[in-house]
Design a protein around this ligand. Structure first.
Ligand code: G16
Length: 544
């Protein structure tokens, strides 16, 4: 029988209008009614037919199983006909996207705080994805947020927890819950997209790799695809068992948190390819022997070569990148004669472009790359596309990068993060740059003269919706650029991101050290924003 729990209205500051999910400390989610209020606000806001299917995915972090059981009971009370959930409560974010699409579900709840750490004192998150498999667009998240401001009850049924570890169907108050193999559908999709035979042959001929699953969700996927289906040696996947606290590490595949992999790849015993993915499996890190590939370059290099993969032959329609991502992909689009779209940060902005067939591949500087095969970024997909390209071209990553730059030029790029700073200082910094935008044009900072400075605004070419204030861009006459933006994914204080970029043409200086190449941009960023004064920091916490 349906139970109605009456609650106090509880606005969710983490689910501001427009943000795609709620990310908070586990302790916050453990408060009475907290998760339930948010889930009910989702169920009250999203459109679906009676008896609709809901997918529940999770990255296996602490508190995952608890919330999954809550969601199952609430879905039954809210009229869903079927719930699909991965065994053990596991579904990577891209796998959840695929399952939503494959089984024509009305949507899904993805339980993850992505690359943020997990455990009783760490982070948890809930995000709603719509029927196309992608993160809810702003219209939906705004409606969910509005509902959180007035919610006064949530619905549940009286039912025991289900056994999440046994594949098969069970009934919960008249609703079917199907516990599915979290890996099989996704692995099959990858096999349809890529030339597994070519990769298998390269492996048989001696191609080696290491994949660091960071004790997060991609372990079982990587073992099945890389070791079982592609024939890489056992042990190629390291940290392959998903742990509730990710072994105490940040499951963030960057040069700081995947340092061990980086060190291996720069050493004598490096395999041909090093790769890693994050907490929920949507981000990726690519390192060749002796060569780190920035996410922005990875997007450009994958786009330039994507038609090598069978499922993409002859159908590169366009490329999209988020605004802070470097313009390396733009050069590829221009050379190949396809359009390039610049969207705000956030994967949801790619959804309409992918649905409309305007773009085939998209990516972000924050280590996300993906295509029209699902509606999320996809860490293992990116690794497999790299493998397919390397197997076909039979050259090392470093040579591929050099040949790419020699054709398209090189966008030197770095991101400086100031983490956990006071929100007031961060807001003041952004407000002050915004106030000075009018006078920046024509101003010289050392050798750099400002060509254009604006607060980025995006008008969606498909539905015409406008998203304003998506970060500040300062473009210089020489093609270099500085972007200032506040992170939308932190759970403590504010994080300022400063994105620095400099373009060198194909006949320019292609083999220099990134930090040195960006020295003028770093000085200009301080002069424009007064970072030291506003953040109290004399250096960034993280440089990627
Ligand atoms: C999320 C979004 C990404 C976006 C990133 C930005 O990533 O899904 O599309 O690029 O946030 O993060 P920030 O606002 O901190 O710069 P994820 O992997 O955390 O879901």
């Amino acid at each position: 029988m349906t139970q109605i729990v009456t609650v106090q209205t509880q606005p969710f500051d983490g689910q501001a209008p427009g943000t795609s999910g709620l990310r908070k400390k586990v302790k916050v989610f453990q408060q009475a009614n907290y998760a339930e209020n948010f889930i009910q606000s989702v169920f009250d806001s999203v459109t679906r037919d009676p008896g609709a299917t809901l997918v529940i995915g999770g990255d296996g972090r602490f508190h995952n199983r608890t919330v999954i059981q809550q969601v199952i009971r609430m879905a039954a009370a809210n009229g869903y006909g079927r719930v699909l959930v991965g065994r053990g409560g596991i579904l990577s974010t891209p796998a959840a996207s695929h399952v939503i699409r494959k089984y024509t579900a009305s949507g899904g709840l993805v339980l993850s705080a992505s690359h943020n750490p997990g455990g009783p004192d760490e982070d948890f998150g809930i995000k709603y994805n719509i029927a196309n498999g992608g993160p809810a667009p702003e219209g939906v998240t705004t409606a969910i947020h509005a509902r959180t401001l007035e919610i006064d009850r949530w619905l549940t049924v009286e039912a025991d927890d289900i056994d999440l570890d046994r594949i098969g169907d069970v009934e919960v108050a008249g609703m079917t819950v199907s516990v599915i193999d979290p890996v099989a559908d996704y692995a099959d999709l990858m096999e349809e997209l890529f030339d597994f035979a070519a990769i298998r042959k390269a492996v048989a001929d001696g191609f080696t790799m290491r994949f660091d699953a960071m004790s997060a969700v991609t372990g079982p996927y990587a073992v099945e695809i890389l070791e079982n289906r592609l024939g890489f040696a056992k042990g190629t996947v390291v940290n392959g068992t998903p742990l509730e606290d990710f072994g105490g590490h940040h499951p963030d595949p960057n040069l700081i948190h995947a340092k061990e992999l980086h060190d291996l790849m720069m050493g004598e015993d490096a395999p041909d390819l090093g790769a890693a993915s994050d907490g929920d499996g949507d981000r990726n890190l690519i390192i060749g022997r002796g060569r780190f590939i920035t996410p922005s370059d990875s997007l450009a290099m994958l786009a330039a070569n994507i038609e090598i993969a069978p499922a993409y032959k002859g159908r590169l329609a366009g490329i999209a990148r988020s605004m802070p991502t470097s313009a390396a992909a733009d050069r590829v689009a221009e050379a190949l004669g396809v359009p390039c779209f610049e969207t705000p940060t956030g994967w949801k902005f790619f959804g309409n472009l992918l649905d409309a067939g305007k773009v085939t591949i998209c990516g972000e500087e924050s280590a996300g790359t993906g295509s029209d095969h699902v509606r999320e970024k996809d860490g293992l997909w990116a690794v497999l596309l790299w493998l397919n390209i390397l197997a076909a071209r039979q050259i090392p990553v470093d040579q591929l990068a050099r040949e790419h730059w020699a054709r398209f030029g090189r966008n030197y790029y770095a991101r400086h993060d100031y983490e956990g700073i006071a929100k007031d200082g961060a807001d003041a910094l952004m407000a002050e740059i915004k106030d000075s935008l009018g006078v920046l044009k024509g101003h010289a900072f050392g050798p750099l003269t400002v060509k254009l400075a604006d607060s980025f605004s995006y008008s969606d070419p498909v539905d015409g919706s406008v998203s304003e204030n998506q970060g500040i861009r300062v473009l210089f006459e020489d093609g270099s650029r500085i972007v200032f933006r506040l992170s939308g994914t932190g759970t403590q204080g504010a994080t300022l991101r400063v994105y620095l970029e400099r373009y060198e043409p194909a006949d320019g200086r292609l083999d220099e050290e990134t930090g040195a190449m960006l020295a003028d941009q770093i000085v200009a960023a301080e002069a424009i924003a007064g970072i030291v004064e506003h953040t109290g920091r004399t250096a960034p916490d993280v440089i990627t």
